[in-house]
Design a protein around this ligand. Structure first.
Ligand code: ADP
Ligand code: TRP
Length: 324
């Protein structure tokens, strides 16, 4: 039985890029009978940049609802908010801080990047990788699926676990990252990487009208309606081919090549595809967004289960530290 763990920041409603690039692959991994999945909302990490309590709550709900909507089985697995286990996570973080050389943190690429870009360079940003290591080591995770940008954080987590084990004995499992180099970058409406930060994203949980509006905003070239078009350079075609089946993709390709078929037609087809493909997900998402109590119940059940595991680890950790 392998333990798979990953954290998601509470940064807003997940978009098509998040869903295809991160959520659906992780849900698939969690469905393998031999895996036990730990999925949590890293709201303590989000505090490094989000300072508004209401916004934090809204984002947390949207992220949790999206994962359930995309098929994550919270009953079979572990599903929780990091903040509801903050005592455990921050305690282990402190112990790991005392194993972490200062230069390891000051040379971290993501810290350097954030301290260049952000005006609020707080100590939370600096110690961010130590809290991340605590998140992982607390649940003795074997594998951690993450994007390429998290590679260094995962190396640090492993180093901290190894250093702790060398000093105090073999208590913590050394985690391995799962980085799928083949995961493609889903383009946004402007053709660059779809991202919340670029305002170029497609939110598949939207209602009909706003969804159609955002699809209509996809950039296309000025080839006239009658002329043949190149499907391979068009963003609408690219997005359509990520969600449609082979027959549908082939048919749309022929329409592009034949001419007499406008980008507006293609966008309408993309809209219809997204609208029907994500119908079930949209219903579940809206259900949890409207029924706060139902979502709360799922999370609280998950938090009680996660607490049992965190307690076991911390009991061992405190023992070897001489704090038992
Ligand atoms: P955003 O750029 O919208 O803020 P995040 O950085 O929060 O997204 O990413 C959350 C997860 O979704 C990560 O695992 C990331 O690799 C994945 N992801 C984000 N955008 C895309 C995209 N355009 N294509 C594929 N995967 C993506
Ligand atoms: N740093 C991760 C990100 O920005 C989120 C995260 C927090 C995480 N704790 C984690 C990811 C533990 C994996 C494991 O995407």
């Amino acid at each position: 039985m392998a333990r798979i763990l990953t954290g998601i920041q509470a940064s807003g409603r997940p978009h098509l890029g998040n869903i295809l690039g991160a959520i659906l692959p992780a849900v698939k991994l969690s469905q393998k009978p031999d895996n036990q999945s730990f999925l949590f909302i890293a709201d303590l990490h989000s505090m490094t940049t989000i300072k508004d309590a209401k916004l934090m709550q809204e984002n947390t709900r949207a992220v949790a609802a999206a994962w359930l909507a995309c098929g994550f089985d919270a009953d079979k697995n572990y599903f929780y908010r990091q903040s509801r286990l903050a005592g455990f996570h921050t305690e282990l973080m402190w112990y790991l801080c005392c194993q972490t050389p200062f230069p390891m943190l000051s040379n971290a690429l993501s810290f350097k990047d954030k301290s260049d870009r952000l005006s609020d360079v707080n100590a939370g940003l600096f110690t961010y990788p130590v809290l991340q290591a605590a998140d992982i080591l607390m649940y003795q995770a074997n594998f951690v699926p993450v994007g390429k940008d998290q590679k260094q954080h995962l190396e640090m987590s492993k180093d901290m676990a190894a250093s702790f084990n060398r000093t105090y004995g073999e208590v913590l499992t050394l985690p391995e990252p799962l980085i799928d180099e083949s995961v493609m970058v889903i383009p946004g409406t402007d053709g660059t990487k779809m991202s919340k930060s670029y305002n170029n994203y497609i939110d598949v949980f939207l209602d009909e009208k706003p969804l159609l509006k955002s699809i209509k905003s996809i950039v296309s070239d000025s080839t006239p309606l009658e002329a043949p078009k190149n499907p391979d350079t068009d963003i609408t075609f690219k997005l359509f081919s990520l969600v449609a089946n082979q027959n549908e993709i082939g048919e749309l390709r022929q329409n592009y090549l034949r001419g007499g078929f406008g980008y507006g037609h293609a966008k309408q087809l993309l809209f219809e595809k997204l609208w029907t493909k994500f119908e079930k997900e949209r219903d579940i998402f809206n259900y949890y967004m409207k029924n706060e109590a139902a979502l709360e119940e799922k999370l609280q059940e998950g938090e009680a289960k996660a607490k049992d595991i965190a307690e076991q680890t911390m009991k061992e950790v405190r023992k070897v530290l001489g704090f038992a």
